[in-house]
Ligand binder design. Structure first.
Ligand code: AP5
Length: 218
């Protein structure tokens, strides 16, 4: 199974894809998480990506495509994967098509989570993340049991440096200009499934699972 989660920043791609990873036993390949890890480890990829991430712009296509080519070729991807944050440009979508062909896989579904801009700003401004295990919380909508500490591993929760209102608005405008055109591209290919991204996290998860299960039965 190859599932793509799409939608604006803060629509819930990370939250839902982590739940789907556990439910379907397939790895979540989140480009944002991979780039943040590279920045933390001071690698060449991290060094190149950081300046783009800090200002809410997209990293260079060639860099992202190379990172994903390497990741998709690993053993744990043999039965498929869940893409969170890739592809994000027409060039990345084209490259993904080629990579899947090489791997002998097809896209099962592209789930587009639809969320309004003001909700995105509310969600991202209140998001807290665990740098140790990657779990995500929201100070009001899904708070941790103990303030500032991860429920899963107990590590300290932090606010991402790009989760300030100015950078969030820039990320939204980058999304509209460079990523939103992929919605019609995948619509034309018949792979697109729109899901309302506002509502309970569990309710949205159930909707996504039911449409994936339907695709898998066909
Ligand atoms: P990335 O990390 O992918 O950021 P993003 O797309 O902006 O998405 P987010 O992680 O901010 O949001 P999300 O949709 O995962 O929402 P979440 O589930 O956390 O990318 C960061 C940067 O890396 C980019 O700006 C770019 O520079 C670079 N990059 C990454 N991929 C790239 C690529 N392919 N090409 C080039 N550059 C790339 O939820 C958000 C909050 O809302 C959380 O607090 C959560 O608890 C809460 N929440 C979730 N669901 C709900 C709900 N239903 N109701 C209420 N609250 C909810």
């Amino acid at each position: 199974m190859v599932l793509i989660l799409m939608g604006p920043p803060g629509c819930g791609k990370g939250t839902q894809s982590k739940m789907l990873e556990e439910h379907y036993g397939l790895p979540q390949l989140a480009t944002g998480d991979m780039l943040r890890e590279a920045v933390k480890n001071g690698t060449e990829v991290g060094r190149r990506a950081k300046e783009y991430m800090d200002r809410g712009a997209l990293g260079p296509d060639d860099l992202i495509i190379e990172v994903m080519r390497e990741r998709m070729g690993r053993k744990d991807c043999a039965d498929g994967f869940i893409l969170d944050g890739f592809p994000r440009t027409p060039a990345q979508a084209e490259a993904l098509g080629g990579l899947l062909k090489e791997l002998g896989k097809n896209i099962t579904a592209v789930v587009n989570l639809d969320v309004a801009d003001e909700e995105v700003v509310r969600r991202l401004a209140g998001r807290r993340a665990c740098l140790s295990c990657g779990a995500t919380y929201h100070i009001a909508f899904s708070p941790p049991k103990a303030e500032g500490r991860c429920d899963k591993c107990g590590a300290k929760l932090v606010q991402r440096s790009d989760d300030n209102e100015g950078t969030i608005r820039e990320r939204l405008s980058v999304y509209r200009a460079q990523t939103a055109p992929l919605i019609s591209l995948y619509g034309k290919q018949g792979a697109l499934r729109n899901v309302e991204g506002t509502g309970s996290i569990k309710g949205i998860f159930e909707k996504i699972c039911s449409l994936i299960d339907k695709e898998m039965r066909q």
